[in-house]
Ligand binder design. Structure first.
Ligand SMILES: O=C([O-])[C@@H](O)[C@@H](O)[C@H](O)[C@@H](O)C(=O)[O-]
Ligand SMILES: [Mg+2]
Length: 420
């Protein structure tokens, strides 16, 4: 008899996050995630992980409540449940919601952790790794890039963390050294948009000198005008593997791309399927950063990969602060995506706490060996889940608010978007 979903648990957790700086402010002392568990009446379990802002949690719970009796192998039906549930929540079916973008994007984001959990469950039941359910692994290890951030030594009122301050080129190089020595990363990405572009160029040049031959990326999250982007592209043309989101919007990116031979990548102007046609038409980008949390799960991410392939665009992978369930899902997806040839982003080295049992997800020479166990190959550490849930309840943070947190420390701060 086909097993049916009997119970869904959505558990928000908070884990310690260092004061990483970006274009809109600084990371709060805790990052939030939601762990999704899908249980069946046959005793099977599947895991997913996603964002944990309050509205998103509400939507996850509404969908979770609607999933009782659903066949966990029916992923198209699962998507219909998400569409119907969110449609009801916004006062009608998605067809009656004007604009579509918000609702469609919400559907993808809410669908994603349930899809991942159902694939994990299917893998556990069939004894196959999730990569096998996505067409099979084409690589047995997935390279990630070391993700460097300008940062303060500590959150206000706390002792310095183990990474220390990184505000100068020398400190950025020291941070990179720690990443390379600790995790073996063979490529590096610097989060920019924090300091004037000349200073960020100096940091990249210092990295190039300290790590000859290592592919480098710079991502100012639209901190620059088109003119500044072109100036930076000229200066760093021989140094960067790609420049990520130097400026705002498809049109702005297309203007930069028309003036440089340096490949441009994005996780900001192409974040949903409807953005792909205008981006292709206008020649806005060379590389799209996929993200299964945003693009509607693992199978839709492989659809995006096919589209990139068709249009001759490169494919890389985006990351936000995340835990081990997501790292496992990212690794299976990347393993089963032939044209994902760039090292993937991950915030994983920045966290000190996790919800999965340690030992499966290890970085070896900058890559994560694809878990070979059934499903995602990771197990929940129930004590850790409980502890991080308690931390969520007590920390008072209910959504990501980098700008508000920065303004609580520097009241005159305004986001650096298009500042330079
Ligand atoms: O964690 C951060 O501060 C990053 O800036 C993140 O929010 C971005 O979404 C991301 O890493 C990116 O590549 O743009
Ligand atoms: Mg980016």
């Amino acid at each position: 008899m086909t097993s049916r979903i009997s119970r869904v648990e959505v558990t928000p957790v908070a884990f310690a996050d260092p004061p990483l700086l970006n274009v809109v402010g600084v990371h709060q002392p805790y990052a939030l995630r939601a762990v999704v568990e899908v249980h069946t009446d046959a005793g099977s379990l599947g895991l997913g992980e996603t964002y944990a802002g309050e509205l998103h949690l509400e939507r996850l719970r509404a969908v979770g409540d609607a999933l009782g009796g659903h066949d966990p192998y029916d992923l198209h039906g699962l998507r219909r449940v998400v569409v119907e549930t969110l449609g009801r929540e916004t006062g009608g079916g998605s067809d009656s919601v004007g604009g579509m973008l918000a609702i469609d994007s919400a559907v993808d984001q809410v669908f994603s952790p349930f899809e991942v959990a159902c694939l994990d469950l299917q893998g556990r039941e069939t004894g196959r790794p999730v990569a096998d359910l996505l067409g099979g692994a084409v690589r047995d290890r997935v390279p990630f890039s070391g993700y460097l951030f300008y940062k303060w030594a500590a959150h206000p009122g706390q002792d310095a963390d183990e990474w220390g301050e990184a505000l100068t080129p020398e400190q950025v190089v020291a941070q990179a050294r720690r990443m390379v020595e600790g995790w073996g990363f063979g490529s590096l990405k610097l989060k920019g948009g924090v300091l004037p572009p000349e200073q960020e160029c100096e940091a990249v040049e210092a990295l190039a000198e300290a790590f000859p031959g290592v592919p480098l990326r710079l991502d100012p999250n639209c901190g620059w005008t088109v003119e500044t982007s072109l100036r930076v592209a000229e200066r760093l043309g021989g140094v960067l593997e790609y420049l990520e989101d130097p400026t705002l919007g498809i049109e702005g990116m297309a203007r930069v791309r028309a003036g440089t031979g340096l490949p441009l990548a994005t996780n900001m102007c192409v974040i949903a399927f409807e953005h792909v046609p205008p981006a292709v038409r206008e020649g806005a980008v060379d590389v799209i950063l996929s993200d299964h949390h945003l693009w509607g799960g693992l199978r839709r991410s492989t659809l995006l990969a096919g589209i990139c392939d068709t249009f001759g665009m490169g494919l890389s992978m985006h990351s936000n602060s995340h835990l081990g369930v997501s790292l496992a899902a990212m690794t299976h997806l990347a393993a089963a995506t032939p044209n994902l040839t760039y090292a993937c982003d991950t915030h994983y080295p920045w966290k000190t706490e996790d919800v999965v049992v340690p030992g499966v997800l290890e970085f070896v020479d900058g890559a994560v060996p694809v878990p070979t166990g059934a499903g995602l190959g990771v197990e929940l550490d129930r004590d850790a889940l409980g502890r991080l849930h308690e931390q969520y309840l007590s920390c008072g943070i209910r959504g990501r608010a980098d700008t508000a947190y920065m303004q609580s420390i520097q009241p005159d701060f305004t986001p650096n978007t298009l500042r330079w």
